[in-house]
Design a protein around this ligand. Structure first.
Ligand code: BGC
Length: 916
């Protein structure tokens, strides 16, 4: 008899029942992906969500009513709807129009069927939905004879236009976009606080537009509209200028009466003037920015600008009817944090190297003493060489620096606008050497898409907490308008494989729902008629480079993950056809249920070779069969399409895809495994087992056998992972799920190479591209592929939330309508405490456990209108307090309502039979 911990799940406390209280108000009224009071919104038929603030135990909604008002009249009234749904409720009125402003509110009835007060009004204003809404034309430099700067980037172009009004209008809107990146000023005030607008889409099909409220900035008399544009993703070196070789501006200002009538429209047209002779003499995403303060156009964005004659005429081009001008559907990029350096080192040659203490992405703002005409250079690096100088080899050809030339002696303030850097260290040279360098000379401005932070994880394990922090910073550094592989070298592309691997954890850390919707939209546009998907999206110059296994499959993986974690059925509806089209791509080429993509990246960057030939694109592709990888992803697609069809109540399609999934699973099982469950095609890698197991392709018996082989493969590999991007994203959860918990925890908690904690021991503050991108012993890896901010291995973060802290979306009711609480409470976990909290669409959910003298104590918080499903591998021998645990196989399950719940699991010697 094996001593086990028995099972004492004791509900020791819940919130008091106060059922007679009135329902409390609703809050966080959001549209579509939870956007609050958006202006310039893209969707004429939005959906609505709200959160209950009710803290009573068991708080839930039994009915709701939504009222939408426009121009003082009721536009749509849902009436009282008996439903618990409080997320993504479709608008049922007539479609909203461009510019339309509506207010909406909601009330609900609680578990006692008592009605709440109406909520506060929430607001929603549509942007310009159709190209036909634009009166403006594109304005730019004369195209004939234009030669873009060969080396780095073009100068920033300044535009200006003056106009006179007799009276300031009650309201005014600026509708704005650019081919390139833009900022906009009205009467000297910057009205675009965000960076890199409009953003990176497939510019040949869709260009995003933004709306700003500029009413308060206009005045009677002369007004000045001014804008600056830079090459950005459109015309910069990053896209090899495939979209165009110069930036262009499109803006429309509408002065609006109190009744909503348009009084006057001022648009970009041939009356605008431009100058390329401003202070930013070069700006490029890869190469940085050069700023010459001697060329400042002082007052150029205000009236009475003395040198307005220096501005030349613009050239005008019409709006292309084939390129959609569409309101941006997610948050823009903003400065989200400012970081002060933690130390500096002053070198004998005068250079100063600052350490920000954190690898980050964004800008450097400087405030330091300068000498007239003496250029200050800010050079960035993610790491330092041993002698304290910058390690920059891994930037490859990206120049990645900023220059500032002062017009006067004194203190200069400067921060970049039209570029970004990935760095931790900054070298400053060229300052006034008479001054003593000081820590407050520079600051790091962190930039990323401005989505709300939703998740946190903390445990008793310092390095594990650092790993979580590195994953979050990996996300912050790489979610800059699109999901990039890395933010620093001459790449920064939307690699679809990296994106799909990281989708799930990204949705834990931040509310990336809207961000992913936009990215999916671009994938859909870039998808070929046969369902092929580019490996990079937006694909810019790589349009025809498609279909690496595990990369293009983002087309069905991301929508499903989004549905699972956000519960957004509208999103699933929107992207289901794309999922099916991707699946059809494989279906059409499959032979007997199997497919191959021989030029795949394979299990990219498998760290150690088994001595056989790499399979796939090149010697970085690892040794796992590309046919196995592609067939597994084909099966994954069938599985997700079947689940999506079921959620969309398309029963025939659901059963068709389920049988396709079974057919592929059978083919994978018999083709790649022998009867003993041993992987038989090519090299027996960890991924050859982990991927089919992760995707549930092997029948129970075969899965058990394959698991044994995986276990011995791992043993032969020194109980260390030897997986690339694909295998690493699944290996730990697979080992744990298939009963190899000790090996799973072993590879997660080891600090030996290769492992997550190994790079932490080498000083990592972000996720690295390779486990040994740098080692204290051997220094730097190969410069040609050595990013220190590469989020793909951060996929492990999902396991931290789901299994170590124990909080996950339940597949039974996606989007946290049911919250799965299933932490590993086991002596083999080297933690004494773990806690995760998540801001869900229902409110804050959290789970927290700590070891006690006689077992574990756990505290679970379930937000109102949601349920908790507790799953623990203990028999419910003593459970009290209202949660009825049911034992099935080795799992005890209980459903708990909204509220705060405390549990105790008490150690007790029991016969292992009691768990079976
Ligand atoms: C990128 C990766 C990407 C890979 C594909 C690399 O250069 O940085 O993250 O997925 O290429 O092979």
């Amino acid at each position: 008899m094996k001593p086990l911990f028995a099972i004492f799940l004791l509900l020791v406390g819940t919130l008091p029942e106060t059922s007679m209280a009135l329902p409390t108000p609703l809050h966080e009224l959001g549209v579509n992906e939870g956007r609050i009071d958006p202006i310039g919104f893209h969707d004429p038929t939005p959906s609505f969500s709200w959160k209950l603030t009710d803290t009573r135990n068991g708080a839930r909604q039994t009915a709701y009513q939504i009222e939408v008002v426009s121009e003082g009249k009721t536009h749509w009234d849902s009436g009282k709807v008996l439903s618990r749904q409080s997320v993504s409720i479709p608008y049922g009125g007539s479609p909203l129009q461009s510019r339309q402003r509506v207010a909406w509110r909601v009330r609900y009835w609680d578990q006692e069927e008592v009605g709440s007060e109406w909520s506060e009004w929430a607001r929603l204003e549509l942007g310009l939905l159709k190209n036909g809404d634009w009166k403006a034309s594109w304005i730019h430099l004369p195209k004939n004879g234009f030669e873009p700067a060969e080396a780095h980037g073009n100068p920033v172009i300044h535009f200006r236009k003056t106009f006179t009004i007799e009276q300031a209008p009650p309201t005014a809107r600026l509708y704005l976009t650019a081919k390139g990146i833009v900022d906009f000023h009205v009467n000297g005030e910057l009205v675009t606080p965000d960076a890199f607008i409009p953003g990176w889409t497939d510019y040949t099909q869709r260009i995003e537009t933004l709306t700003y409220d500029i009413g308060s900035l206009l005045h009677r008399g002369e007004n000045v509209l001014a804008a600056r544009i830079a090459d950005g993703w459109f015309a910069g070196t990053i896209s090899n200028r495939v979209y165009g070789n110069m930036p262009e501006l499109l803006a429309q200002i509408e002065l609006v009466s109190e009744d909503g009538d348009i009084l006057e429209t001022i648009s970009t047209d041939d009356s605008w003037k431009l100058s390329t002779d401003g202070p930013i003499t070069m700006a490029d995403i890869w190469h940085g920015e050069d700023y010459d303060a001697r060329k400042e156009l002082k007052g150029w964005d205000q009236s009475c600008y003395p040198a307005s004659n220096d501005f030349q005429s613009v050239e005008v081009s019409p709006i292309d009817p084939n390129v959609d001008l569409a309101p941006k559907r997610f948050q823009t990029t903003c400065v989200t944090e400012v970081i002060d350096p933690v130390s500096l080192k002053h070198f004998p040659d005068g250079k100063v190297v600052y350490d920000l203490g954190q690898n980050m992405v964004g800008w450097i703002s400087m405030h330091l003493p300068v000498k007239r005409n003496q250029t200050v250079t800010l050079r960035m690096a993610e790491m330092l060489n041993e002698d304290g100088t910058l390690y920059r080899g891994n930037y490859r050809t990206a120049r990645s620096l900023a220059k500032y030339t002062p017009a006067n002696d004194g203190i200069a303030d400067y921060c970049q606008t039209f570029t970004f850097f990935g760095f931790r260290y900054v070298e400053v040279s060229g300052y006034d050497h008479g001054a003593e360098p000081s820590l407050d000379w520079i600051r790091g401005k962190v930039l990323h898409t401005d989505f709300p932070r939703t998740g946190s994880f903390v445990s008793s394990h310092k390095k594990l907490n650092q790993l979580h922090s590195n994953i979050v910073w990996g996300q912050r550094g790489n979610f800059l308008d699109i999901p990039t592989d890395c933010p620093q070298r001459n790449e920064r592309y939307g690699w679809t494989g990296d994106a799909q691997i990281f989708t799930s954890v990204s949705l834990f850390n931040f509310d990336t729902h809207a961000f992913w919707m936009s990215y999916l939209d671009t994938i859909r546009m870039e998808m070929k008629p046969d369902g092929s998907v580019p490996n990079i999206v937006p694909s810019n110059q790589y349009r025809d480079w498609v279909n690496s296994a595990g990369w293009g499959d983002a087309a069905y993986i991301i929508p499903w993950e989004l549905y699972l974690q956000c519960g957004d059925i509208q999103a699933l509806k929107e992207f289901y056809p794309m999922m099916v089209k991707r699946l059809d791509y494989y279906r059409n080429k499959a032979i007997d249920g199997l497919v191959d993509e021989p030029d795949s990246f394979g299990d990219w960057l498998q760290p150690r070779s088994y001595g056989t030939n790499p399979i796939g694109k090149d010697d970085r592709s690892g040794e796992t069969s590309t046919r196995l990888l592609a067939s597994c992803y084909f099966a994954r697609g069938a599985d997700f399409c079947s689940r999506a069809a079921e959620a969309l109540q398309q029963d025939d399609a659901a059963s068709e895809y389920t049988s396709l999934f079974r057919q592929i699973s059978t083919a994978v099982s018999s083709e790649f495994f022998d009867d003993d469950g041993k992987a038989i095609e090519g090299t027996e890698t960890q991924t050859a087992y982990a991927l089919p197991l992760a995707f549930d392709l092997l029948e129970d018996e075969l899965a058990a056998k394959a698991t044994r082989h995986l276990s011995s493969r791992l043993e032969k590999d020194g109980n260390l992972l030897n997986t690339g991007f694909i295998g690493t994203s699944v290996i730990v959860p697979v080992l744990e799920r298939f009963g190899l918990r000790e090996q799973a925890l072993g590879i997660l908690f080891t600090s030996d190479y290769p492992s997550w904690l190994y790079s932490i021991d080498q000083g990592a503050t972000t996720m690295w591209e390779r486990w040994n991108s740098y080692t204290k012993k051997d220094g730097f890896g190969d410069d040609s592929m050595n990013s220190f901010n590469h989020y793909a291995y951060g996929a492990i973060g999902q396991f931290l939330y789901e299994r170590l802290a124990g909080i996950a979306p339940s597949p039974n009711k996606p989007g946290y309508a049911e919250i799965l609480i299933a932490p590993i409470l086991d002596e083999s976990v080297p933690l004494t405490h773990a806690q995760a909290s998540l801001e869900t669409r229902y409110g804050t959910a959290s789970n927290e456990w700590s070891k006690t003298e006689d077992g574990w104590a756990m505290k679970t918080i379930i937000p109102p209108n949601s349920n908790g499903r507790i799953e623990l591998p203990f028999a419910p021998s003593a459970i009290s307090g209202g949660a009825d645990f049911i034992q099935q196989k080795k799992i005890s399950t209980a459903s708990v309502p909204a509220g705060i719940h405390h549990f105790k699991v008490t150690r007790e010697a029991v016969d292992s039979d009691s768990l079976s």
